[in-house]
Write a protein of this length. Sequence first.
Length: 220
Amino acid sequence: MTLSSRTALSLVGSLIGPPVDVGRDQARQEAERELQRPDYRHESLVDWLWRKFTEFLGDLADSGTGSAGGVISLIVIGVILAALAALLLWALRRMSRVSGAGAGGVFDRAELSAAEHRTAAQRHAAEGNWRAAIQERLRAIARDLEERAIVSPLPGRTATELAETAGAALPSHAVALRRAARVFDDVTYGEVPGTQKAYLQLTTLDDSLRKARVSLEAAT
C-alpha cells in the first residue's frame, strides 16, 4: 500500500469514526425517533396499536428473568391473549346479532291466515317449543293487522318495521309492539332461548290488538 493510500484510508476512518455499540433499548428508541419523521407518518391506528402491543409483550417477556419470572411472564401473556380472544369473539357475535336482527322478514313460508298462525303457535306452545311459538304468535299478530287493513301487506317486512308501522296506527300499543319485535328478533336471530313468559306476553298483546281500532286509538 502506498503512502497516499494509507493517508486516504486514515482520512476516511477519521471521518467515519469508531464502530458504535448500540444496545437493544437504545436501538428501539432510535427506531422510534426515525419513525416520527414525516416520511414515516403513514402508520394507521391499528398498526400503531398492534406495534405497541407487541412491544409490550416483548418487554414483558424480557422482564421475566429466572425460571420463576419466566413462568409468571408466560402466565400473564396467556391471560392477556385469552382475554383478547374472548373480547374478539364477543364482538363478532354481537356484530352478527346486530346485523342479523331484523335482517329477515317476519314471514318465512307460504301465506297463512292469522288464525292458522295462532293455531301453529298454540301447537308449539303445547310442545314446549317456545321459540317457534313466539315466532308464530308474532306472525299471527302481523297477519291479523294486515287482514284488518291496519297495516298494508309488505313482503319482507321485518319485525321492527312492523312494530313501527303498527305503533304509529295504534300508539297506545307502540311500546308493547316494539318489545314483541325485540323478542322475535332475539329468538330468531340472536340465539336467545324462547320462554313461556315471553310467549304469554305476545299472546296478551295479540288479544289486546284484536280488540283495538285505529279510530279509537287516534282519538286518545
